[in-house]
Design a binder for this molecule. Structure first.
Ligand SMILES: Cc1cc2nc3c(=O)[nH]c(=O)nc-3n(C[C@H](O)[C@H](O)[C@H](O)COP(=O)(O)OP(=O)(O)OC[C@H]3O[C@@H](n4cnc5c(N)ncnc54)[C@H](O)[C@@H]3O)c2cc1C
Length: 617
């Protein structure tokens, strides 16, 4: 008998299995192929806008993705560095072979964690409670909790041109047994779709016809514990090229041959990760689209053609590709394809990712309708954290929209549901100025420590960092400089303006043109790490905006903390609009805040609900 069984060793399953075992639960990970644990069937990269911040949040909470990425990166770039801190995000080009190998090693060496290579065919459910799983060979394993993280595998089919083949990604077997049982249990499943581009042999590309894109010239890492990092000089380059009008002509000419446009596909594709066909059709005013040539691994001589996912027949793929500058003689090592698979409606889940109808059953990752390694990983982590808290009779951990992108993602899923594969974007977060790359540990590390995933040594390191930040802020506020020749000459030399009065260094930093480096002229800040000085600079420079955002967040927090009784009878509430009544009964929101975000529930319904709850309390 296990405490927890995790089905699937993808990005969600890896985080869930590790977190569950590290929280001292006897854990079994059942996955279709151990060698494909945390495999990257699509882009060999981790991070980017919003996603990069989620990886920092996973690390702050004690998850594995950040550390695994730092160990296996080929290139690192902090994106949007010239823009405000709210949109800066780290992106790693990952060695996909090493990434999976490192995660396999970590999982196979983890205490309390058994790993079984097999497919789960059925769940064992008694009186709406989870009791375990049955494998395809009818072996039974019992447990108190099951976390389903089957990704793009449930009833998966591969689509290329008119060909439809029952298969998971990268020729792995599809998972056929679970979806039908989930539907019998009353779950609504939907068909979603995503696609991947071709891989081209490196030696068949003429890179002289492309633009070089190198990594940053300073060391970057995701993990706050910076266990390892990629040296600047060891980075691999990427290259940029563009589609050509000839590419668009071939696509338009052969559009009906694409699986996506042939009418064979039922699944809905990701709006924010369109295939090249979609781009040519939807953005036909554009005469070219960016194509990044990305290394997949130091062990594979193949290049990933980012931005060129397609489901065209092989011969058309080749023709399309060979119109692109640098790819005229491209040799395709792996053809592109689309994949269609079953996902559940995440509105049937609590914000803990536990099913509302089956106790002990949790869902995480692409099976909940998201798309992306990072989106999957954070769900796996949160499902395991909350399963553990429930097993130990403790209150759940539900991150708020003002605390974490993870909170935004999960709230969007369980409150609004998904129509197409959900991808995280900065625009989804109303408090994005609070949810930054630099402060993920300040926001979440206490939670990681409280739930038991961040161990004492890492937590002490974090408290030290917080103390240093506080100390430096105090120093800069107390240190005044005066309007004299030497100071004013220096300020003019760095493009700033002269002082008129005594000014504190923190007031000086508020000047847009003044950077924390300039402060070294007056105050020795060498004892502070770049993370600490960056934090101080951002907190001082954006203090006004940050305080405003926090005030807005605190106003809504009251609604967020206003809980709705679990056994509330919405039929008993007079004057509630019919649509609102139906939606509230279906989604069973836990708080007034969550209720207010359900589409079809209007502010007037919320006021009626508030009055009603007060009357029954
Ligand atoms: C072709 C393709 C293209 C993609 N394109 C993009 C993209 O452009 N952008 C993007 O952000 N994301 C893309 N993705 C999605 C990305 O790969 C996923 O978001 C991510 O891998 C999801 O992680 P996961 O852990 O939920 O599932 P997965 O990584 O799919 O892992 C699922 C795991 O579950 C196991 N499993 C499944 N069923 C069973 C069972 N019954 N019993 C035991 N084990 C089981 C599998 O072996 C696998 O290890 C693409 C995926 C594919 C396949």
């Amino acid at each position: 008998m296990y405490d927890v069984i995790v089905i699937g060793g993808g990005h969600a399953g890896s985080e869930a299995a590790l977190a569950s075992a590290r929280l001292n639960n006897s854990t079994l990970l059942v996955t279709g192929n151990i060698k494909m644990i945390s495999s990257m069937p699509c882009n060999p990269s981790i991070g980017g806008p919003a996603k990069g911040i989620v990886v920092r949040e996973i690390d702050a909470l004690g998850g594995e993705m950040g550390r695994n990425t730092d160990k296996t990166a080929l290139q690192m770039r902090l994106l949007n560095i010239s823009k405000g801190p709210a949109v800066r995000a780290l992106r790693a080009q990952s060695d996909k072979v090493l990434y999976s190998k490192e995660m396999q090693k970590t999982i196979l060496n983890q205490e309390n964690l058994d790993v079984k290579e097999a497919y789960v065919d059925k769940l064992i459910v008694e009186d709406n409670k989870l009791k375990g799983v049955i494998l395809e060979d009818e072996t039974k394993y019992l447990s108190k909790v099951v976390i389903i993280t089957t990704g793009t595998f449930m009833q998966a089919v591969i689509l290329v041109g008119n060909d439809i083949i029952e298969s998971g990604p990268d020729n792995q077997k599809a998972s056929m047994g679970l979806s039908p049982q989930l539907r019998e249990l009353g779950f609504i499943t939907s068909r979603l779709k995503t696609g991947t581009p071709p891989r081209v042999r490196k030696d068949s590309i003429d890179f002289s016809k492309t633009e070089l894109h190198e990594g940053d010239k300073i060391v970057r890492y995701f993990s706050f514990d910076n266990i390892s990092y990629l040296a600047v000089e060891d980075q691999w380059p990427c290259y940029l090229t563009y589609t050509h009008s000839k590419t668009h002509d071939i696509i338009n000419l052969n559009l009906t041959k694409s699986a996506m446009y042939s009418g064979n596909v039922e699944g809905v594709g990701p709006r924010y990760c369109p295939s090249i066909e979609d781009k040519v059709v939807r953005f036909n005013d554009k005469n070219r689209h960016q194509i990044f040539l990305e290394p997949e691994s130091q062990f594979i001589d193949e290049i990933y053609i980012q931005g060129f996912s397609t489901s065209m027949p092989h011969d058309i793929q080749k023709k399309m590709l060979q119109t692109i500058p640098g790819l005229e003689n491209a040799v395709i090592a792996k053809y592109a394809y689309a994949i269609e698979y079953d996902a559940i409606d995440p509105r049937t889940l609590y914000p803990t990712l536990e099913s509302k109808d089956y106790e002990g059953l949790y869902f995480a990752g692409q099976v909940n309708g998201t798309s992306g390694y990072e989106e999957a990983a954070c769900q796996g982590l949160m499902a395991a954290i909350n399963a553990n808290l429930k097993l130990k009779g403790k209150d759940p951990l539900v991150l708020k929209r003002s605390e974490a992108y993870i909170g935004v993602l999960i709230d969007d899923l369980v409150t609004k549901g998904v129509k197409d594969p959900y991808r995280l974007l900065t625009s989804r977060a109303e408090y994005r100025l609070l949810l930054r790359h630099d402060n993920a540990d300040i926001r979440l590390r206490d939670y990681g420590y409280e739930v038991g995933l961040v161990k004492e040594d890492r937590y002490i390191g974090f408290l030290k960092k917080k103390g240093k930040i506080k100390e430096l802020k105090r120093k800069l506020t107390e240190f005044n400089i005066y309007p004299n020749m030497s100071n004013n000459d220096y300020l003019l030399s760095v493009g700033s303006t002269v002082l008129k009065d005594k000014t504190s260094l923190s007031a000086l930093i508020r000047r847009p043109e003044i950077k924390i480096e300039h402060i070294k002229r007056w105050e020795n800040i060498s004892e502070y790490s770049s993370e600490e000085t960056e934090q101080v600079e951002i907190d001082i420079k954006y203090e006004g905006y940050i305080n405003k955002a926090m005030k807005q967040a605190s106003k809504l927090l009251k609604m967020e903390d206003y809980s709705i009784p679990k056994n509330i009878d919405y039929n008993g509430i007079q004057n509630l609009a019919l649509e609102a009544r139906e939606k509230l009964m279906k989604i069973k929101p836990l708080t007034i805040g969550q209720a207010s975000r359900i589409s079809g529930v209007n502010p007037s319904d919320i006021s009626i609900l508030l009055v009603y709850i007060k009357s029954i309390k």
